[in-house]
Every structure is written in C-alpha cells, then in structure tokens.
Write a protein that binds this ligand. Structure first.
Ligand code: ADP
Length: 539
C-alpha cells in the first residue's frame, strides 16, 4: 500500500554494525584457559567480525552453509556468533558435553562444513572425526595461536587465518527469513532434534527478551552469561548486549563459584544468567565463605525448575532478585519470565515468593494455550493442568530435516511443548512437569517437579530429584533422590515426609524406603537432572 512503513530486514549484521557505531568503547572481557583476562571493545569485535567473514569466505563458506562451533564462552565464540550469520551462513553451536555418538550424529545430520574448536576440546572431535562426512576444515582456537598436536585434518589456526585476512567490509544483502543458527536439543528422549533459527526470529527475540519486564538489560548493566553459548543462543545474551551496549563478561571454562565470585566483583557484574545448579552451588559457597556477589542485583535462572527456597535465600541473604525463566531450545529460547507485578508490591512476603516461584507471564510474541488429552482448551484458573502449546515468531515450525517428530506440531500451527502446566488468573505460568516425567499413581497424577521443590525447601536438603518407580498395586510410586547439605544436621526420611505433608495428599507421599540419599544427582549435558539415569538406577 502507498506510504507503507519500510520493509526493513531484521538481520543480525545490523546488530553488530550498530554496536560498532553506537557503543564502540564498551568492553567485552573473557577469561582465557590460562586464567588470564582478554579485554577488548565492541569496535574491536566489529573489526574482527569483518575479518572473520573474509576468513569464512576464504574457506568456501557461503549462503546457507552450516558452520559449527565447539567452544566455551569467550570473545572468539562471540566473533563467530556475528560473522557466520552476517555472511548468510548458519552458526551451528555444538554442545561440548555430548557423547561421541550424539555428536557425530548431529554434525552429520546438520552437514557441517567447517568446525571451529577450542584447543582444549580437540579430544572428543578426534574421536569422531573418522565418522564425519561433511566436514572440510577444522579451525583450532587456541590461546597463544600455537597449533596443538592433533590428528584432525585439514587443520588451520584461527589467529593465523585472521592475521592473513582482509579488512574489507563486505556485507551481503540478507533476507530476514534466511536461516542464521542451528541448535539441537539435548535429546533426553530419542535422537537429538535440530531447531533452525531465522534472522527475524532472533531479532524479534532479542527485542522481546531485553524489555524492561523481561530481562530488562540496559547499557549500564554488566552481564555475565554463565549459560553456555553452545546452548539455545546463550539465552540471547550476545545479541541483547550488542543491541543495548552492555558490557559482557565471559567466564571461559571455569564456572565454579571460587572463580565466578572474584570475576563478578572485579568486573562489576550487575546481572548474571544460568541454570539452577550453578546458583545453588553459589549459594552454598557464599554461606561457607561469608562472601557476596558485589554489584549483582539480578540473576536470571531457568532451564529447569528453580526451587522457591533458592529465590527466598538469595533475596534474604544477598538482596538479589532471582528472575525465574522458562524456555525451550525450540523457542529461541525464552517463553516466559517472572517479575513481581505492581499489584503484588504490598502482598505479604510469603505470597510474593509464592508468585515468584512460578515461571511468570507469557513473553510478548509468545502465544500460549493449555489443552487436555482430547485437545480441548483449558481455562487459566491456576488449577486446570494440561499440555502447553505455543506459537509465535520465535518458535520453530518443525524440526530441521526430521519428519518423525512432526506430531509435535499441530495442523493449525501450534508447537506442543511436552510440558504440563497451569496458568493462573494473573497469567502466571507454572510448570508442573514434563509429560514424560509425571508420576501416575492409582490413576492420579503426582507432579515430580512440585515434589522436588517441596523437598528442596526442607532444612538440610541441598537437592532432590523425583522419578516414578513401577509398582504392582499403584502402577507407579514416587522415589526421591536426595542430596543432603554437607554441614547441616542430616534430615531423616521421616522428617522429609513430615515436611511434605504440608504440600501433598497422603496418597502422594513417598514411603520412607523411597527416599534415597545420594552424593550427587546425575546431570544431562546442559545441567538438568538426568532422570533417565536415575530411572535406570532403580531398575
Ligand atoms: P533439552 O533439555 O531437551 O535440551 P531445553 O534446554 O530446550 O531442552 O529445555 C526445555 C525444557 O526444560 C522445557 O520444556 C521444560 O521442561 C524445562 N524447563 C526450562 N525452564 C524451566 C523452568 N524454569 N522450570 C521448569 N522446567 C523448565
């Protein structure tokens, strides 16, 4: 129509061009494997992104090609995050913790052409290299620019390629519907499945995720994403920071509290992101050392359920707000995020914490509905629970080259999340479980997540994971694997059960013999409780 607004393509190259123009002197700090810190600015990042685009061109990378990264969080991973899509190619972030079988499956399925790998991570690649069919070039990223001994071939060194490359700024015209990134879900069931992102999806996600009532990150913030860059776009941190000009801090490979605390203090971190395990470990560490997190005001925690006890402890002991987030790789990844609403300001604390332990309001641009087994839509009343369906510009419309998983998408354009949820009158979402983790006892459901959270609020408990065990009479019964706090009075099964009585019906309670104390809970490659392993331990 005449006079209509510009058809301006929302593409990632524009983010890095803008960062160079508008925030050239803002810093990016990375801890290197040696422990030394590397510092440079957004204008350095831009200059090196341009060079890297020329390096990629020299390697034959063009439109639509998949280029993989096998790296920790640092500035060179960030350069790849911008250079690959700016060239019209696709950044495929490989999870460095995957088993070799899954890793080779993913590389072959994605048909990656080049793999950029940290020098400290070559071992797993060497192991699978004979099976990789599409890889034409390995590029090693090392601290000193020295080539390590390796069987990978052909091999090039990142800094040598960069030193030899031209500085010509040659950005191709891109379309916002071009693919720009690829990430496989960690595959707790079946084969890993690929989520293919578009420039538009990432751009929209970045604007949405940065909003004040979402992550609310601004130019004055100093962001430490402990969430790995190899998983789910690092929750958009690289893109949001470039857009708003926030200082970025990368911890590299050591994400133990002993390393993070001084880093956060020295760099003036105001905002950090990561999965609950990182922060539960941090809380213990701070208690033991009497330490603090300096200027940190907010922690975004998600990826698995955040126990209310953790939210309360950070607020009471450190004045830090935990922002509970829910998302999925398939959703770029943010789906919902919890902020205290205006009307909750004068609620009693107990009620506030209750609201804050839910996973929050649907993100702008993410449409949600709950359905029952027959596909009928359920009300948002805080009680009706069913599977959550989502759709929107940041949600994938199918898995990459995977017809078998087609049933996760409805004919009328919704994605089935596999999460069982309720949504209350305040539009606050609560994840009750994953469909496959629910426990069905005597025909009734028990939520494993709710039981875990309740156990974790019990004094002396550090962590808990609940799974179903087969039962002749009831079909399934809950079994709780519990890790006790090292320096606390060890709670006994009867005490835990007594505590659970406040939250669960009698028939839902685990038997004392089904409370099992273990040293640590096995994790998946992205740090979630690995319930598959726990179930196999039961068998
Ligand atoms: P995968 O673990 O399959 O690789 P993702 O990392 O994308 O996949 O995880 C998505 C799933 O993680 C969600 O479907 C949900 O079950 C779980 N999840 C994410 N955030 C939360 C949260 N805050 N509370 C409970 N579960 C969560």
């Amino acid at each position: 129509m005449d006079g209509l607004i510009m058809d301006y393509q929302l593409t990632i190259d524009k983010m890095i061009k803008r960062a160079n123009r508008v925030f050239p002197d803002k810093e990016i700090v990375s801890v290197l494997p040696s422990g030394a810190k590397h510092r440079y600015t957004y204008s350095d990042l831009y200059r090196r992104t341009v060079r890297l685009m020329n390096v990629l061109r020299g390697l034959g990378v063009g439109r639509g090609h998949r280029v993989a990264t096998f790296m920790w969080n640092d500035y060179r991973h960030l350069e790849l995050y911008f250079a690959i899509p700016s060239l019209g190619a696709v950044t495929h972030t490989l999870n460095i913790r995957l088993f070799s079988e899954q890793l080779s499956y993913i590389v072959n399925h994605a048909e990656d052409m080049v793999i950029f790998a940290d020098a400290t991570l070559l071992g797993p690649l060497e192991e699978i290299a004979p099976q990789l069919k599409s890889v034409r070039q390995y590029v090693v990223v090392s601290e000193e620019g020295k080539m390590p001994e390796t069987s990978l071939s052909p091999l090039a060194d990142y800094e040598t390629l960069m030193a030899d490359a031209e500085d010509d700024e040659d950005f191709p015209e891109l379309s916002e519907t071009d693919a720009c990134g690829l990430c496989y879900t960690s595959g707790t069931t079946g084969k890993p499945k690929g989520a293919l992102y578009s420039h538009r999806g990432i751009y929209v996600h970045t604007l949405m995720a940065g909003m004040v009532d979402m992550l609310g990150i601004g130019e004055r913030d100093v962001l430490l994403p402990v969430v790995p860059m190899f998983h789910a776009n690092a929750w958009s941190a690289p893109f949001i920071c470039a857009m708003v000009g926030a200082k970025l801090v990368y911890a590299g490979q050591n994400v133990q509290p002993e390393a993070l605390v001084p880093l956060m203090q020295e760099e003036g971190v105001t905002f950090a992101m990561g999965v609950p395990t990182i922060w539960s470990g941090m809380l213990q560490h701070l208690r033991q050392t009497g330490g603090n997190l300096g200027r940190v005001k907010k922690l975004v925690v998600g990826g698995s359920s955040v126990p209310r006890a953790m939210i309360e402890a950070f607020k009471r002991e450190h004045g830090i707000d935990i922002i509970h987030a829910w998302g999925m790789t398939e959703m770029s990844p943010l789906g919902s995020l919890n902020r205290l609403l205006g009307k909750m300001e004068d609620w009693p604390e107990d009620r506030q914490f209750g609201a804050l332990s839910r996973v929050g309001k649907p993100a702008p641009c993410v449409e949600m509905k709950i359905v029952d087994d027959a596909g009928r839509e359920l009300p948002w009343d805080g009680r009706s629970s069913g599977e959550l369906l989502v759709r929107g510009p940041t949600v994938i419309r199918s898995y990459y080259k995977n017809a078998e998983a087609a049933d996760q998408f409805t004919d009328d354009g919704w994605f089935r999340t596999g999460d069982v949820v309720t949504i209350d009158e305040n539009a606050l979402l609560q994840i009750t479980d994953r469909t496959k983790d629910l426990i069905k006892s005597g025909g009734e459901w028990i939520s494993s997540v709710e039981m875990e959270n309740a156990i974790m609020a019990c004094p002396g408990v550090m962590e808990a994971a609940v799974v179903a065990r087969p039962d002749a009479k009831w079909d399934e019964r809950p079994v709780a694997f519990v890790v006790r706090q090292p320096d606390a009075d060890p709670p006994q099964p009867e005490q835990i059960i007594a505590h659970l009585r406040n939250h669960f019906a009698k028939w839902q309670l685990p038997a004392p013999a089904d409370i099992r104390f273990i040293e640590h809970i096995p994790r998946t490659s992205v740090g979630k409780f690995d319930k598959k392993v726990l179930r196999s331990q039961l068998a």
